[in-house]
Ligand binder design. Structure first.
Ligand code: OSB
Ligand code: MG
Length: 369
């Protein structure tokens, strides 16, 4: 495969509803759609998932741009590849910057699948024809509103509800939620808002029959999480702390988590995601596919990855319409009774809606081989 051309489309999109987590409120998303074109004219798409501010990880839309333009794209165009598994190693002289790497690698994976006339899911070794999804609900102004929002999504059929928590919006709130919804699959995500000193407080969540507590402690910790997991009955799920195969291996060995939220961008791409998925499967660690409030291209990559066997728990890939007035793919991702039908067309399986893409594009840069 010779990559002849890479086009970076910089997009600005506004979420229908602001999304609030323990570190702040967020509504506007700017990011890149990566378009890669090979010597036969096949086209693959990827999407950067960093935000404009470095609150989730150190990457931002601007660092993604810098790293892709000045380092990664030249490495990708330098010589042909046989298989997308070679892309992440090709980038090994550049430290971290996993979201920048992942967007380019994702475009190559899509292109590779299309060249071989197979779905991205098949190319990755995925077998599921439909996938189960849940939904992640941001911090709401009042408990009453939270309960209303949850009720609406339960009615829509989402397979589990994830509620964002932070100090002052946690145990009491979740107790009320559990009282109103005694049987729904329910979990919480703290986005690193606590420390080990909060262990006694968090222990109260053990009474609420939660599927898991996602990332309660520091974004760069796996040691304290192991201590906390020993104190809690509820499984801990790691998100922010797992950036690589080796992070996952060490966390598993330490007992820092029983579940891992896999995000393609956070670990540097699909090839690394598959490796971590396989490692977890061997070690009895369940995985599910997280979200970064993606537009359609990122959403399509999440759907394809989730077709792998050890994605045993519902992911965060909710319907396009939950986030966007209009998504950049056609058809949009739709969820019916908490299920997404995996598309059967080659590659990511959804077409790019060029008209919408153009309308949302604020800048376009072309790189030729
Ligand atoms: O922690 O999983 C997270 C959104 C932005 C950044 C981090 C997270 C989230 C979500 C929502 O929980 C995921 C989604 O709906 O795409
Ligand atoms: Mg999370």
């Amino acid at each position: 495969i010779t990559i002849e051309k890479v086009i970076l489309h910089k997009l600005q999109m506004r979420l229908k509803h602001a999304f609030t987590t323990s570190f702040g409120t967020f509504q506007d998303k700017d990011f890149f759609v990566v378009e890669a074109i090979d010597e036969k004219g096949n086209i693959g798409f990827g999407e950067t998932v960093a935000f404009s501010s470095p609150w989730y990880s150190e990457e931002t839309t601007q660092t993604n741009e810098h790293i892709m333009k000045d380092f990664l794209i030249p490495l990708l165009l330098k010589k042909p590849i046989e298989h997308p598994d070679e892309v992440f190693p090709r980038f090994s002289s550049i430290r971290k910057n996993h979201m920048a790497k992942s967007a380019l690698e994702g475009a190559v994976w899509d292109l590779y699948a299309k060249r071989n006339n197979m779905t991205l899911a098949e190319a990755l070794g995925g077998t599921k024809k439909e996938i189960d999804v849940g939904i992640s609900i941001g911090i709401q102004p009042t408990v009453k509103e939270l309960i209303e929002v949850i009720g609406k999504h339960v009615e829509e059929g989402y397979k589990r509800i994830k509620v964002k928590i932070k100090p002052g919006w946690d145990v009491d709130v979740m107790r009320e939620v559990r009282n109103v919804f005694p049987d729904i699959p329910l979990m919480v995500d703290a986005n690193s808002a606590y420390t080990l000193e909060d262990a006694d407080h968090l222990k109260q969540l053990d009474d609420l029959n939660l599927m898991m507590i996602e990332q309660p402690l520091a974004h760069d910790d796996i040691f304290d999480h192991a201590e906390l997991q020993r104190l809690l009955k509820t499984p801990i799920c790691l998100d922010e702390s797992i950036h690589s195969y080796d992070d996952a291996r060490r966390a598993i060995q330490l007992g820092s988590a029983k579940i891992i939220n896999l995000k393609i961008g956070r670990v540097g791409g699909l090839s690394e995601s598959v490796r971590i998925h396989d490692l977890c499967q061997k070690n009895g660690i369940e995985v599910w596919c997280g979200g970064m409030l993606e537009a359609g291209v990122g959403r399509a990559h999440n759907v394809a990855l989730t077709t792998l066997k050890n994605f045993t728990l519902p992911g965060d890939t909710a319907s396009s319409s939950r986030y966007w007035e209009q998504d950049i793919i056609d058809p949009e991702v739709t969820v019916t009774n908490g299920i997404i039908q995996v598309p059967e067309k080659p590659g990511i399986g959804y077409d790019i809606n060029r008209q919408v893409l153009e309308a949302l594009t604020v800048e376009k840069t072309v790189f030729n081989n």
